[in-house]
Design a protein around this ligand. Structure first.
Ligand code: BJW
Ligand code: ZN
Length: 248
């Protein structure tokens, strides 16, 4: 079933030049990667975030955390981008200033060629020194044993943002700037529960942006958006790009 878009939304988008899109795990669900909070199938339905996604968890049991991310890295490496990822590449071409802000660490937006991309929660491909001495690297193969930093000897860790940690300053500033200046803000495939990413839509709205949600199910953001489309992003985003591209 194709998505029906209100004509006034399409006219507004055609007249807009500044658009920001925030994506979350739902965008990669159709690539076979797990979301976090979906009942039964979400990662946090199986594991506790405090056992795997905090700096304290890594201190307590580095091997467990390392293995968890190595497995996810393999999963992401073997996954194929889906129609939602490709539609976002097309969408970028419609607007002079387009910022794709992702919470995902799977690298799929990069792989399809999204250009104006801000990674808020890091990337599975990178590793960095857990003591913060500045060492950061990309390794093709990960060892089974948690490796030591070649510079200071502390353990290396995945370059991702865990609970209680600050987001990369440059990325967060770029995301806030895009939210504060866009004419339309899209929230796609995210439950909108994790801060500060979840606040971006509200900052955009405060500055007058039109809010659009594309998500499989309603979220806490739904009641605040101007337009909500509930279904798979891999169906809805290609429909939107098709309609945007139709003759005016
Ligand atoms: C589909 C679909 C399909 C499915 N199509 N849709 C202010 C207030 C309250 C708390 C805090 C606050 N500020 C900070 C906090 C604490 C914390 C936080 O937000 N906690 C809340 C959970 C309460 N935030 C932090 O700690 C952040 N740091 C920070 O703020 O630093 C400053 C600070 C420090 C100390 C104290 C206070 C402030 C860091 C957050 C880092 C999040 N890290 C993770 C793990 C990253 C590495 C990894 O991947 O393992 O990031 S957690 C996890 O959640 C991951 C995700 O990026 C993130 C968001 O999840 P997402 O993408 O929304 O996934 P889901 O599963 O939740 O939703 C998917 C949606 O898709 C669902 O709705 C589905 O329906 C939908 N869907 N299939 C379309 N085909
Ligand atoms: Zn180091």
């Amino acid at each position: 079933m194709t998505t029906t878009f209100p004509p006034e939304l399409i006219s507004f988008l055609r007249a807009s030049s500044r658009v920001a899109v925030l994506t979350g795990a739902g965008v990669s669900q159709e690539s076979g990667l797990r979301t976090f909070r979906d009942a039964q199938v979400g990662i946090w339905a199986q594991y506790k975030p405090e056992d795997l996604a905090t700096p304290e968890a890594f201190e307590r049991n580095p091997r467990l955390v390392w293995d968890f991310y190595s497995t996810r890295r393999e999963g992401a490496g073997g996954a194929e981008p889906n129609t939602g990822h490709f539609a976002l590449v097309e969408m970028e071409k419609h607007f002079d200033q387009f910022t794709l802000i992702t919470q995902n660490i799977d690298g799929l937006h990069q792989r399809v060629g999204s250009r104006s991309l801000v990674e808020l929660h890091g990337n599975l491909r990178r590793i960095r020194c857990s003591r913060g001495c500045g060492v950061i690297d990309e390794w093709e193969e990960l060892p089974e044993v948690v490796p030591a930093c070649p510079h200071c000897g502390a353990l290396l860790r995945p370059d991702v943002v865990w609970f209680g940690e600050n987001l990369p300053e440059d990325g967060l500033n770029a995301a806030i700037q895009a939210a504060n200046t866009c004419q339309a803000f899209f929230s796609v495939g995210t439950s909108g529960l994790v801060q500060p990413a979840a606040s971006l839509a509200f900052w955009a709205k405060k500055r007058g942006a039109v809010l659009v949600e594309v998500n499989y199910e309603p979220t806490p953001l739904t009641e605040y958006v101007d337009y909500a489309f509930h279904g798979k992003s891999g169906d809805i985003l290609p429909d939107l790009v098709r309609v945007l591209g139709d003759a005016k």
